[in-house]
Write a protein that binds this ligand. Structure first.
Ligand code: MN
Length: 752
């Protein structure tokens, strides 16, 4: 067993000998992490998996030049060390890329390691296609569905996949820019929400930070720098804060650990964005964590005792107490969170957990299994019911996958409320759930026939939003049927997909009537219902699908009187205004011709280019200098978005094949309209100062300036033409330096 360099000219240079040593070192580290979990015979099996993997990957290298085997080794290490998985998973992680990328077959794996391991590898092989195949939307969505299905099948598959993805994210540096964007977007789109749902907070946070590093490098580095600059101040403050608590806890005989740690960069960023504040103004940039040793039957009591000790030292905020011990989160998270007033009048968040709770917080699902011996805990059965629910939806062949993934993702992130049935059983629903969501949660038929509910004995409509602790009784009628407007207030994925399926069926039935009506009219004028003729009608009546068209006829939204204006050549229709339409169609076809491929790089010039028709996306209003990508739309040619556009992750993850690598040409002739928001102290001369900077000093062309002031604070929007990002940055710096101006930020643009 030895590795040989494929190409001696690679920038990476290590001798065979050094490489061999490095690989063995990693393998031994894996053995050490597994130590207590290795039972008789395990070691030999693991060794065998390692040898097979080394041999299978021996001619492969990673983009960085390193031997490929280091990747499966690292994935196994993450699975064991950071997710808490055992020997079986380590073996699977070592072999995870063999069936996909090498000569090894699933049958060989099965013969060597048994059907269980083969099944997990099979799952991993199937979902790995998500990354590389330049698939269209439906295939991508189908892949996501596969991921979710394997999750419901054997959660280990998805846990190993998360380890794989985490390692890919950690080593993203050596990838090409497009690969970086695609992988990072997919990660925020599906993997980090999954990690979150499975309670893997550490991994979720790291994935999001890494994704941000590649999709929004500037913001990421600014916040990272901010954290670095404030580190010594923060440490001093944390020490001062912790000192009296430490003394009290020790005096009370607790065996504990206490420390302060900064929050993740993406979560600081989200706060800045949500509350419209600067880095300096985010008050909870760190949290204090107290982790205590506690006997299983004393956990709750001990945590509350710690709470009481801490709040004797510092005053708590009454609004910010979270008790996730009495009622754990759906993903199993347990802890007490409180926010107290620390020295210097600063609010500080304190999280109190036992060692067991801490392990669950860090390792999520896998840690649950470890504690599975003994009684089945409340949060465990909740996870089981989540998996069951998932299986139920995915196995329904009528589910529209793309839609479902969207709704499902919304489910993943929302907070939860706890609702009681009349018998006192508890159901967990996402925050914002309505009485109708609750009915669907209990049973599909109950939802379909629901006409209202009694919440705490009071009659409420279907759309009534529930609060945690509500007791709900569903009222049904056999005459009830789902309607379109239900989709306006339902928020759970299950309920939405059931209603959508029903409506689709219903629409199909109505459309059949419309089709029959059309057929009669067509026969009357002697035109057959051919594909050509139907297409001609669709174009004229501006309908995307036949279903929409027939449905519109049936409900009277389309007047078929216009049929007499169609020209008939033989048995072929030509609709009125055909010539003009033909031109737009040609343009659409042009846009469709822009096929991304290796080496395609689109250079754009500004408002217009000779080669390709494109538009700058309104949702993010890119200007030269911004990191951008091109996206082939179905009707409007190519659109150019910023990589940090709010829509980018979705586009990149779902429509990888429609992405065109795009960069700006050096061109100083065209200017772009962009906007900034400015906030400051209302002072008599401030508007004059601002306009001086714009038209006097920088000689920029301003389109509009609007300012509102209230109680001594002004807030304004300036729309101005700039040539590129550098000019915009310069403009912002100049404005920011003015007396009285406290904040400048770029506008995101209008909705597209
Ligand atoms: Mn891999």
């Amino acid at each position: 067993m030895h590795t040989q360099p494929v190409d001696a000219n690679l920038p990476y240079n290590k001798s065979d000998e050094e490489e061999k040593k490095m690989i063995l070192r990693e393998y031994r580290a894996l053995l050490r992490s597994l130590k207590e979990r290795l039972k008789k015979g395990d070691k030999a099996l693991l060794r065998r998996a390692f040898e097979i993997s080394v041999e299978a990957h021996k001619d492969m290298r990673r983009k960085s030049g390193e031997p490929y085997i280091l990747h499966p080794l690292a994935v196994a290490q993450i699975a064991v060390e950071e997710i808490g998985l055992g020997v079986t998973s380590a073996i699977c992680a070592l072999l995870h890329d063999t069936v996909e990328d090498t000569e090894i077959t699933l049958e060989e794996i099965s013969a060597e390691f048994g059907p269980n391991i083969a099944k997990i590898i099979d799952g991993l092989t199937k979902i790995s296609n998500v990354v590389d195949i330049k698939a269209d939307t439906t295939i991508q969505a189908e892949n996501f569905r596969k991921i979710l299905l394997t999750l419901a099948d054997d959660p280990r598959v998805i846990l190993i996949k998360l380890a794989d993805r985490l390692h890919n994210m950690r080593t993203l540096e050596s990838m090409s820019r497009e690969k970086q964007l695609k992988i990072a977007s997919e990660t925020t789109y599906i993997y980090s929400p999954l990690a979150h749902r499975l309670g893997l907070y550490e991994i979720k946070s790291e994935m999001e930070d890494l994704a941000m590093k590649y999709t929004m490098p500037d913001v990421y580095h600014d916040i990272a720098q901010g954290l670095k600059d404030t580190k010594s101040n923060r440490s001093r403050y944390i020490n001062e804060f912790i000192k009296p608590i430490k003394e009290e806890l020790t005096a009370n005989g607790f065996d504990f650990e206490i420390y302060g740690r900064p929050k993740a960069i993406h979560s600081i960023y989200n706060k800045m964005r949500k509350k419209q504040v600067t880095f300096e103004e985010v008050y909870d940039i760190f949290a204090i964590r107290v982790i205590i040793k506690s006997a299983p039957d004393r956990e709750k009591e001990d945590c509350w005792k710690v709470y009481s000790i801490i709040t004797n030292v510092y005053h708590p905020s009454t609004e910010r107490l979270r008790d996730w011990i009495s009622v754990p989160k759906g993903n199993g998270y347990e802890a007490l969170h409180t926010t107290v007033m620390g020295p210097g009048g600063r609010w500080v968040e304190v999280q109190i957990r036992t060692e067991r709770m801490n392990e669950i917080a860090e390792k999520g699902l896998a840690a649950h299994w470890k504690y599975k011996e003994g009684a089945v805990s409340a949060q465990e059965s909740k996870l089981d019911s989540f998996l069951k629910h998932l299986r139920e939806i995915l196995n329904n062949p009528d589910t529209d996958t793309i839609d479902f993934i969207q709704d499902f993702k919304l489910d993943l992130f929302t907070e939860e409320i706890y609702i009681y049935t009349p018998k006192g059983d508890m159901r967990v629903l996402p925050k914002g759930a309505t009485a109708l969501d609750f009915a669907f949660d209990i049973h599909t038929q109950l939802g379909m026939k629901c006409i209202g509910a009694k919440v705490n004995y009071r009659l409420v409509p279907l759309s009534h939003q529930l609060d945690s602790g509500d007791q709900v009784e569903v009222i049904t009628s056999s005459k009830q049927n789902p309607s379109e407007d239900w989709l306006g207030f339902l928020i759970t994925a299950k309920a939405k997909s059931k209603v959508k399926n029903y409506l689709k069926e219903d629409k199909r039935r109505t459309a059949d009537e419309g089709k029959a009506e059309l057929k009669k009219k067509m026969e009357h004028i002697g035109a057959p219902m051919s594909q050509h003729n139907i297409n001609e009608l669709l174009i004229y009546y501006k309908k995307a699908t036949q279903l929409d068209f027939y449905y519109a006829i049936a409900v009277g939204n389309i007047d078929l009187k216009d049929l007499k204006n169609f020209t008939l050549y033989g048995d072929k229709f030509q609709h009125p205004g055909r010539e003009i339409k033909a031109e737009t169609k040609a343009m659409e076809e042009d846009a469709a011709k822009i096929k991304p491929g290796k080496g395609t790089e689109l250079i754009i010039f500004g408002e217009r280019s000779d080669k390709v028709l494109y538009k700058l996306a309104q949702c993010c209003q890119p200007i030269p200098g911004d990191d951008v990508f091109g996206f082939v739309t179905s009707g409007e040619g190519l659109k150019v978005h910023r990589t940090d556009c709010p829509n980018a992750a979705k586009l990149l993850a779902n429509y990888g094949h429609r992405i065109v690598k795009t960069k700006w040409a050096k061109n100083k002739e065209i200017s772009f309209l962009t906007g900034v928001r400015i906030i400051g102290m209302d002072d008599v001369g401030v508007i004059q100062k601002i306009t001086n900077v714009i038209s006097g000093e920088l000689k920029l062309n301003m389109r509009s300036l609007s300012i509102d002031s209230k109680d001594g604070i002004f807030e304004g929007t300036i729309m101005v033409y700039v040539h590129d990002r550098e000019e915009l940055n310069n403009f912002c710096t100049k404005l920011g330096a003015l007396d009285g101006v406290s904040k400048i930020e770029r506008l995101e643009g209008t909705n597209d």
